[in-house]
Design a protein around this ligand. Structure first.
Ligand code: S3P
Length: 192
């Protein structure tokens, strides 16, 4: 596992008034929710997961929202969720795990940057396929496509990795067989 600031330097993108949240971004299967939960337990922070917040408000799973209301509705719900999170009283440190597609909308990326340090959990398509293949029904973007799973994942990596990299302050490779608690500890080392 390596951690590094992405090329281009961090200072250039860091706004003057930036929050102290730890924001986890990356594709499905990178461990954002698990790592976020561990970090928040260790520092006594509030842990929010954007998919979880949307499911709670809608009283439906992400898969149900996609099939009943469509992806554009879900994407708008992601933006609305982020706006709400930004408005919360800043009385407790926040660890935020985000849905894989959320950072791709520019408005969302801007809000994530303002919330705090953005950490990209990076992994290669092979690792991601291994991690998600048993739970495909929960992931509508992977379930509906006609391409084989590995090709679909490779395509998503190719489409999204540049955006994740541009947004990230820190990058952690999670494709090695490293336990989520080790990744969480490394992130905390860098963020404190
Ligand atoms: C999505 C990722 C999912 C969820 C939705 C769409 C994406 O979240 O938001 O199925 O576009 O990559 P996870 O990354 O937490 O699986």
């Amino acid at each position: 596992m390596v951690s590094s600031p992405p090329s281009g330097g961090r200072g250039r993108r860091r706004p003057l008034t930036r929050g102290n949240a730890i924001v986890l971004i990356g594709l499905m299967g990178t461990g954002k929710t698990t790592v976020g939960r561990i970090i928040s337990q260790q520092i006594g922070a509030l842990h929010l997961d954007t998919d979880g917040e949307i499911e709670r408000r809608e009283q439906k799973t992400v898969a149900e929202i996609f099939s009943e209301k469509g992806e554009p509705y879900f994407r708008d719900a992601e933006t609305e969720t982020l706006r709400r999170i930004r408005r919360r009283p800043p009385n407790r440190r926040l660890v935020l795990s985000t849905g894989g597609g959320l950072p791709l909308r520019e408005e969302n990326a801007k809000m994530l940057r303002q919330l705090g340090t953005v950490v990209w959990l990076r992994a290669d398509p092979e690792t991601l396929v291994k991690r998600v293949e048993r739970k495909l029904a929960m992931r509508p973007l992977l379930a509906v496509d006609e391409l084989p799973l590995h090709e679909r994942m490779a395509k998503l990596c190719a489409e999204r990795n540049d955006s994740y990299e541009k947004l990230a302050d820190l990058i952690f490779d999670t494709h090695l067989d490293v336990h989520a608690s080790v990744i969480a500890a490394s992130i905390l080392d860098q963020c404190y």
